[in-house]
Write a protein that binds this ligand. Structure first.
Ligand code: SAM
Ligand code: SF4
Ligand code: SF4
Length: 332
């Protein structure tokens, strides 16, 4: 079992497959990509599989493939198949999920399902084509909507939608996005804007508190809390009182911190372990992996690093130090 020094059990490994992205979301990559890792530094599928197996042997239950944009990684389904096969050997491992911007998903959805991907989360911040272009830098709302449909057809369920809510950009669409999710029986999660953009332009005034999001939805589509605890999840989950299918999630890292129950650890595309989204220091697994270390040595390193997991973030404190890398390089 992987336990940190505060007694939190780590069950969720997020793996960034690439630091590259084909979008330029203003809250993530406003001025294009920061310097990327050289190709040799990026972990191979074999390395990712080996590390995942070791993590799974330590009790990891869920692998989430992310990035950058994970679908930019060529033949990603080959990796998904390798990771999925670990579910048989490592009993703790139960789920392989992916977070994607959806651009390349329509063509891949069925292939990924067949390879063993259990479910997918797709980012969608607006239903208006021009605003979509303004937010992401790419004019392709229709493509992402088709990807959502394809994901549901491929039964990558429950298909989840991530919305980063930013004041003055898309807070006027909270209800419309919820209506969209209701029509399609999707899980929709509204996320507070965090200081993880590559330009370090985050502005607290642009954060829309989760409570405000909830209130706006509740006025039109009454909601009820599904459970009285978030457990180790990041979101408060709500169902529609009128029993319409679908779910609303409120993720409020700024105004309603959930660090006390954090179960997450991250691996960057270039093989660095990050024990917190807001870590200012990373742990070099790649060098160890490539130095001929055996599985036990790697497992010991992971256990040692986990003990250094930060208790929480300090976004709301005056002495907040930004994370050492921005979101697209960390793996959200
Ligand atoms: N490219 C994929 C995507 O956008 O879904 C996966 C990686 S992206 C970094 C993972 C998630 O982080 C996305 O849902 C994105 O909206 C979210 N995200 C990115 N920057 C953020 C920020 N500054 N605050 C909150 N969420 C952010
Ligand atoms: Fe790319 Fe995802 Fe960041 Fe948007 S949020 S720029 S899609 S990594
Ligand atoms: Fe976990 Fe760090 Fe996120 Fe808090 S800020 S929930 S400790 S990853």
């Amino acid at each position: 079992m992987l336990k940190d020094s505060y007694g939190r059990i780590i069950k969720d490994l997020r793996i960034s497959l690439t630091d590259r992205c084909n979008f330029r979301c203003f809250y993530c990559l406003p001025y294009g990509e920061p310097p990327l890792a050289s190709k040799e530094k990026i972990l191979t599928f074999e390395e990712i599989t080996r590390v995942s197996k070791i993590f799974a042997s330590l009790g990891i239950e869920k692998l989430r493939l992310t990035g950058g944009e994970p679908l930019l990684r060529k033949e990603v389904e080959v990796l998904v198949e390798k990771l999925s096969s670990l579910k048989t050997a490592e009993k703790s491992l139960k789920e392989i999920a992916m977070t994607t911007n959806g651009y390349l998903l329509k063509e891949k959805a069925k292939i990924l399902k067949k390879a063993g991907l259990d479910r997918v989360t797709i980012s969608l911040d607006t239903l208006k084509p021009e605003k979509f272009r303004r937010i992401t830098g790419i004019d392709c709302l229709e493509k992402v909507l088709e990807a959502i449909e394809a994901a549901q057809e491929a039964e990558l369920n429950p298909v989840k939608i991530n919305v980063v809510v930013v004041r003055g950009y898309n807070d006027d669409e909270i209800v419309d996005l919820t209506a969209f999710a209701r029509q399609r029986a999707l899980t929709i999660r509204f996320i507070e804007y965090m200081p993880l953009d590559s330009a370090k332009k985050w502005d607290r005034n642009l954060v829309v508190p989760g409570k405000e999001v909830l209130q706006k939805i509740n006025e039109v589509f009454p909601l009820e809390l599904k459970e009285n605890s978030r457990g180790t999840e990041t979101s408060w989950k709500y169902r529609f009182k009128d029993s319409t299918e679908g779910e609303v999630g409120i993720i409020a890292p700024i105004t309603d911190m959930f660090c006390g129950a954090c179960s997450r650890i991250r691996l960057t595309a270039d093989g660095q372990i990050r024990t917190c989204l807001f870590s200012t220091k990373e742990h070099d697994l790649r060098t160890l992996l490539r130095s001929g270390a055996n599985d036990k040595e790697i497992a010991d390193f992971i256990k040692k690093v986990t003990l250094q997991k930060e208790p929480r973030h300090y976004i709301n404190e005056r002495n907040f130090t930004p994370a050492s890398r921005s979101m697209s390089l960390i793996g959200g």
